[in-house]
Design a protein around this ligand. Structure first.
Ligand SMILES: NC(=O)c1ccc[n+]([C@@H]2O[C@H](COP(=O)([O-])OP(=O)(O)OC[C@H]3O[C@@H](n4cnc5c(N)ncnc54)[C@H](O)[C@@H]3O)[C@@H](O)[C@H]2O)c1
Length: 324
């Protein structure tokens, strides 16, 4: 199958492309390789993908108004798009609000316009986020809960992406699936996320900031489990009704940030210096995924516990950063 993957140089996009290529699909990856975090990390991920057969890459900005015109000639035979490109990060949305409208709202429209133009289009699978649950109190977070209580522009922009997909699926008969990912971690992970930040600070013997005085829980989900939740969707047929569906992809086992730090101390064989701080703007206290529907429809079954997942992350981190 020919599959278009956006955000291919990103953390999840890289792992997804690798898996799709192993499964003998042909992949066209696109990304604008922006500098939100270390560009070298993105380029190194791409280098691995470009070394594989059946992978092609195009550097392009999806929020560019001419995106469809540029990409349609090479994408017109692709019936599946997995759209992962986005401006991620809760904190960055406080200082760079317009980037979220460009890459999460305008780009979502570009991708749907492309899907609309492709004649035999079958399925748009796109990334949403646990951030859409915002300040919701009821846990675990269910796809049937209301999500009109965002606490960050990032969360609001991902919810906007879902609503845009809903409207296009109805108006233009486009089969769409939105996946709400919960705090994904693993090898080649993002340098702006907890596992990476804590590990870096521990190895550099720097004080690490622990917000809300450590009273924070996240439903940390290992990258391989996330990928195993995406790939079954490729084989699904076009739905006959309710063309837009949403699923949670989370571990279903929230963990205290302090627990993550103590596991990292053990794996790095060093003590962390912890600097407890107040809650940050845009943050939520906990995330916890209800995965009932994902289990039933996608056979989603996360199987990597936090210790095993962090062990794989720390091993990668040491090798990548040449730490003995
Ligand atoms: N990693 C997580 O824990 C997590 C959690 C919830 C949701 N998500 C969502 O999953 C998706 C992938 O996340 P990730 O962790 O791999 O992030 P990432 O930042 O590593 O990857 C996103 C990629 O998209 C590219 N990109 C951004 N704007 C673009 C644009 N306008 N045009 C072309 N390319 C663009 C970036 O250069 C980057 O390589 C995103 O949609 C994110 O919002 C991730």
């Amino acid at each position: 199958m020919k599959i278009l993957v956006t955000g291919a140089a990103g953390f999840i996009g890289f792992h997804l492309c690798k898996k799709l290529l192993e499964d003998k699909h042909t992949v066209l990856g696109i990304d604008n390789i922006n500098n939100y975090y270390d560009v070298k990390l993105k380029k190194n991920r791409l280098k691995i993908l470009l070394g594989k057969k059946n992978f092609k890459f195009k550097k392009v900005d999806i929020s560019d108004t001419n995106f469809v015109k540029k990409i349609y000639p090479i994408a017109k035979n692709f019936r599946i798009i997995i759209h992962l490109a986005a401006q991620a990060g809760v904190r960055y949305s406080i200082t760079h609000p317009y980037k979220y409208i460009e890459s999460n709202v305008k780009a979502q429209i570009s991708i749907l316009e492309l899907a609309k133009k492709i004649k035999s289009f079958q399925h748009l699978i796109y990334a949403s986020s646990s951030s859409v649950y915002g300040a919701n109190k009821k846990t675990p977070f269910s796809i049937n809960d209301r999500v009109d209580n965002p606490v960050s522009l990032y969360g609001a922009s991902k919810r906007a992406g879902e609503l845009i997909a809903q409207s296009y699926s109805r108006m233009f008969n486009i089969n769409c699936t939105g996946l709400r990912f919960f705090s994904v971690y693993g090898p080649w992970g993002r340098p702006d996320m907890a596992a990476y930040i804590f590990t870096r600070d521990i190895f550099q013997n720097k004080s690490l900031d622990l917000f809300n005085f450590g009273r924070m829980e996240r439903d940390f989900t290992f990258i391989d489990d996330i990928i195993s939740g995406i790939t079954p969707l490729i084989k699904t047929k076009k739905r006959k009704s309710n063309l837009h569906k949403i699923y949670n992809l989370g571990n279903n086992k929230p963990q205290q940030l302090l627990k993550m730090i103590s596991l990292l101390e053990m794996l790095c064989e060093r003590k962390a210096k912890i600097n407890k701080k107040r809650m940050q703007l845009g943050d939520v206290r906990h995330t916890y995924a209800n995965i009932k529907e994902s289990k039933k429809d996608l056979k989603f079954k996360p199987k990597t516990n936090l210790k095993e997942g962090l062990e794989q992350f720390v091993n990668w981190y040491k090798e990548y950063h040449k730490i003995n």
